[in-house]
Design a binder for this molecule. Structure first.
Ligand code: G1P
Length: 319
């Protein structure tokens, strides 16, 4: 299918131009792209979505939905694809299981089963052709409409003790436009991320973004500030995405659309970055996923003490 035949690029969301103070619009919607094939985790992901892989005892995606809910985002849209039904089931009620646990009087497990269905109002849209992150975000346009919204990528888990999304929402309220999460990384690693050129702007943790490039060659990277998977976006990004040409890897890149917004603030306000210094756990590849599980298990009150003691003796025996 060519671009002009693809309804997602043609569909216009009616734009209501009475904008009171856009930066003050309360943000209630979160978009979570979850259509990826998870090939790095095959064969585990042959019949199970990668988002459902457990991190300690919860599927990775539940941490992300919990983070959205904690930031006050009560409406979550997941952009899914084929074989993603377990995601819908996980955030829905499971009456049979609930009844069985209820009959046994197992209240704590019953509460844990119910937790995921009480987090937010869930919605789902299918991406169809996986044409990149920018395309996935564009699939959310009819649901989001003309409101600012957040995007959370499932491979990045942010420790709930270091609230990032709330801070990004505050920065959007202050400056309008869009806000991305940035983190300093080892310069040799910058080619794995979107990279931002930015200058300080007021608060210590806030920068104004002047340039963005998706997965640059480290030798040409404008900085070591990497985009991590949290965005608070002005709806103007949809119009830009409709005309964004495929970029890195032949995919429609969200970074390229944000670059257009940063280069011309008249399109939809400036692009700011919040430089995050808190705890982030990457679950994107197998090594990072294992590290995330070990770190999170060590920090759990119920499992941590015993697990840490075991880990200490395991490591000293292995060394
Ligand atoms: C995506 C974005 C990239 C960002 C990264 C964060 O890349 O395109 O700009 O730095 O997420 O995790 P992906 O890792 O999905 O290839």
């Amino acid at each position: 299918m060519t671009r002009s035949q693809d309804p997602i690029f043609r569909r216009k969301v009616p734009v209501i131009v009475i904008r009171m103070t856009p930066s003050r619009t309360r943000i209630t919607k979160a978009v979570i792209p979850a259509a990826g094939l998870g090939t790095r985790f095959l064969p585990a992901t042959k019949a199970t979505p990668k988002e459902m892989l457990p991190v300690v005892d919860k599927p990775a995606i539940q941490y992300v939905v919990e983070e959205a809910a904690t930031a006050g985002l009560s409406d979550v849209l997941m952009v899914t694809g084929r074989n993603k039904r377990p995601l819908e089931d996980h955030f829905d009620r499971n009456y049979e299981l609930e009844e069985a646990l209820d009959r046994k009087g197992d209240e704590s497990r019953l509460a844990r089963v119910q937790e995921s269905s009480d987090l937010a109002t869930m919605h789902y849209v299918r991406q169809g052709d996986p044409k990149g992150l920018g395309h996935a975000v564009l699939c959310a346009a009819p649901h989001v409409g003309d409101q600012p919204f957040a995007v959370l990528l499932g491979d990045d888990l942010i420790d709930p003790r270091d609230p990032l999304l709330q801070r990004m929402i505050e920065v959007r309220e202050q400056h309008g436009g869009s806000v991305i999460a940035l983190m300093e990384v080892d310069p040799a690693q910058i080619g794995l991320y979107g990279c931002a050129a930015a200058v300080p702007d007021g608060d210590d943790d806030v920068v104004l973004v002047s340039d963005l490039v998706e997965k640059p060659d480290p030798a040409d990277a404008p900085s070591n500030l990497a985009i991590i998977g949290r965005y608070v976006l002005d709806p103007a990004v949809f119009e830009v995405l409709r005309t964004t040409e495929p970029g890195r890897g032949g995919e429609i890149q969200l970074t390229d659309a944000l670059q257009a917004l940063a280069a011309d603030p008249d399109l939809g306000g400036p692009v700011h970055g919040v430089v995050f210094k808190g705890r982030r756990y990457d679950t994107g590849d197998r090594g990072d996923y294992l590290r995330a599980i070990v770190r999170l298990a060590c920090e759990r009150e119920d499992l941590g003490p015993e697990f840490r003691a075991w880990l200490r003796s395991f490591v000293s025996e292995e060394m």
